[in-house]
Design a protein around this ligand. Structure first.
Ligand code: SAM
Length: 339
């Protein structure tokens, strides 16, 4: 039998929050509904003003299912509101955002996360935004093994990476899958801004007799890219280390059936280097940021204007919001046939 607070059903949510805030709520048992009442289990010695009764309650399974469950009773209701309970899982590293107000509790949060997700071996917190030419988003390990290197699996491929040495986002997986579905046999594909190779390698795998060239400036990212090409046995993917603006012009003029530009910030300035690489009728996958009201307008204008300056025409064939980016901007993808 468990000591429980007896609460009228209409007051249940309000009282649950008050009990949690007071640290009186026992999270090892599941609250029970009765006729017109809800019975909340209490921790030992909890002193409350609500009526108390004894009830036979079911125990929660030992392992909480979500981070929110894992944190129940450990954070006050206000702290829970502040905590972003979603996190990115990159291989066995969980990347979390810990608000400043919760810094003192970050270890507790990280341990709760590892308790809820046994595949997580490292918890790292973001310590800055994506920045610099290499677009790295720095993280700091707050629990688990002391490393920021891992292997991420997606679409039957494996990518070795270090979060503090190269850009990587698991949130672009759907986009990578969308592009893979379009690659045709024997196509020639260019991926400027290739990072550790997720777009290039997945497209190379999608059509084994396609030829893919990935261009990347960051030497650390290139080292992982080369290793990932070997790891995934992609003999048809070539790694070019250096600046897109220097490596592509001339050599690849009119070479590609398809080009993907996964550099949403500042990609516009490289359109003059990438569009000439496309054959007549080639497809450009262009990424950019747009406002919530008119997400695609800027991206379409960039592609149309750059094509016109190069004496080419762009026909927009597809547009999609990839993901929300900030309070009022979204990352978008625009595909154009370049004529
Ligand atoms: C947003 S990341 C995308 C990486 C990768 N495509 C992915 O999705 O994981 C952009 C990448 O472009 C690279 N980059 C930036 N400027 C470049 C340039 N001028 N030439 C080649 N690569 C560049 C950065 O180092 C970074 O790895």
């Amino acid at each position: 039998m468990v000591r429980c607070a007896k609460v009228k059903r209409e007051d249940a949510e309000k009282e649950r929050k008050r009990l949690a805030e007071a640290g009186a709520l026992d999270n090892m048992h599941i609250p029970m509904r009765g006729r017109g009442y809800v019975y909340f289990p209490l921790v030992k010695g909890a002193k409350i003003t609500l009526p108390v009764v004894q009830k036979r309650l079911a125990r929660r399974s030992e392992r909480p299912k979500t981070l929110r469950d894992a944190l129940a009773g450990k954070l006050t209701a206000r702290e829970s509101e502040e905590m972003v309970t979603s996190f990115d899982l990159v291989g066995d590293i969980a990347v979390v955002e810990v608000p400043d107000a919760l810094r003192a509790k970050e270890k507790l949060i990280a341990k709760a996360l590892m308790g809820a997700h046994h595949n997580v071996k490292v918890v790292a917190k973001k310590v800055g935004g994506t920045s610099g030419e290499f677009r790295i988003r720095p993280v700091e390990v707050i629990a688990g093994e002391k490393r920021t290197r891992t292997v991420y699996r997606e679409g039957g491929c494996e990518f070795e990476l270090d979060l503090n040495e190269a850009y990587f986002s698991p949130r672009l997986g759907t986009e990578r899958g969308r592009l893979c579905a379009q690659v045709k046999p024997q196509e020639k594909v260019i991926v400027p801004f290739a990072g550790v190779g997720p777009f290039a390698i997945r497209m190379g795998k999608a059509a084994a007799d396609a030829e893919v060239v990935g261009v990347e400036l960051n030497p650390e990212a290139c080292a992982f890219f080369r290793r990932n090409v070997e790891r995934n046995k992609c003999g048809n993917v070539r790694v070019l280390e250096g600046d897109v603006a220097k490596l592509l012009p001339g050599k690849y003029a009119g070479w590609a059936d398809r080009a993907a530009m996964p550099l949403p910030k500042d990609a516009k300035q490289f359109l003059a280097n990438v569009i000439p690489c496309l054959k007549k009728g080639g497809i450009l996958h262009y990424y950019s940021f747009g406002s919530m009201e008119e997400p695609f307008a800027g991206a379409e204008k960039d592609v149309q204007e750059a094509s016109a300056r190069l004496g080419r025409k762009a026909r927009i064939v597809f547009r999609r919001v990839v993901r929300p980016y900030s309070k009022d901007t979204e990352q978008v993808a625009v595909d154009a046939e370049i004529l």
